[in-house]
Design a protein around this ligand. Structure first.
Ligand code: 13P
Length: 250
């Protein structure tokens, strides 16, 4: 399809500094001679150090979240300029844990997407339905609300620099991976929604990653699907061996 492919690892709230640095060393070693685009999302305190380690390699670094304001009295938050300053190219916006554990709304997510573009950070925008929404046949509606919400007021030029991650909430951290067919259908739906907003050309060139219990033993089937342009891996990205196996999928 000629779309950009991305293999991303979201470390969530795991790893000591020493473990984090060790994991990056292992990945860099294992990626010698590999030209795939890899992105890692370490915890905030290690991002700058890890970004420095990865400069000039196939690994880019992103933050797991950020605030939308440039600065201010927002204790515990990090700003877009801080993300940039730390050497991060990407930011995850609207991860399901942000939406469902920390109560982030579509409106807040839209503000963060706007801020990412304003400050030259590439957002990986996460969408996905809950189990009961899928069981009630509401997946399409949920994706529509999340995509329209995230892109509200975003120009086509900026939208063309975004990446989407479809992460069905019922598949995250549960070991219950979506079948390749379920994921491919949802990705097609995401692309149709982008096409409604910005036209087919943009929809067809936007990478859509799958996330939710991706492991070395289920990556092949997912990666074989036309609409799946890479993955956003949680648990299996915490060990160099398993993440490398995923990245090297044929
Ligand atoms: P798991 O791979 O652990 O299910 O996590 C997926 C995820 O949330 C990545 O952002």
């Amino acid at each position: 399809m000629g779309r950009r492919e991305i293999f991303a690892g979201n470390w969530k709230m795991y790893k000591t500094r020493e473990e984090a640095v060790g994991l990056v060393r292992g990945l860099l070693e294992g990626l010698k001679g590999i030209s795939r685009e890899v992105v890692i999302f370490p915890p905030y305190p290690y991002a700058a150090e890890i970004a420095a380690m990865c400069r000039g390699t196939v690994i880019s670094v992103g933050m797991q979240n950020m605030h939308f304001e440039k600065e201010g009295a927002f204790t515990g938050e990090i700003s877009p300029p801080m993300v940039k300053d730390s050497g991060c190219r990407y930011v995850l916006i609207g991860h399901s844990e942000r939406r469902h554990v920390f109560g982030e709304t579509d409106d807040l997510i839209n503000k963060k997407v706007r801020a990412a573009f304003e400050f030259g950070i590439e957002p990986i925008i996460c969408v996905g339905e809950l189990l009961d929404e899928r069981e009630n046949g509401q997946t399409g509606q949920v994706l529509s609300r999340q995509i329209k919400g995230a892109f509200d007021g975003i120009s086509a030029e900026n939208a063309s620099r975004s990446v989407i991650a479809y992460e069905p909430v019922w598949a995250i951290g549960t070991g219950k991976v979506a079948t390749p067919e379920i994921a491919d259908d949802a990705h097609r739906e995401v692309r149709n929604l982008l096409s409604d907003l910005y036209g087919r050309g943009l929809a067809d060139s936007t990478p859509v990653l799958y996330g939710g219990s991706v492991k070395p033993d289920n990556i092949s089937g997912l990666y074989a699907k036309d609409n799946i342009d890479g993955v956003l891996v949680g648990g299996a990205s915490l060990k160099a061996d398993s993440f490398l196996e995923i990245i090297k999928v044929k």
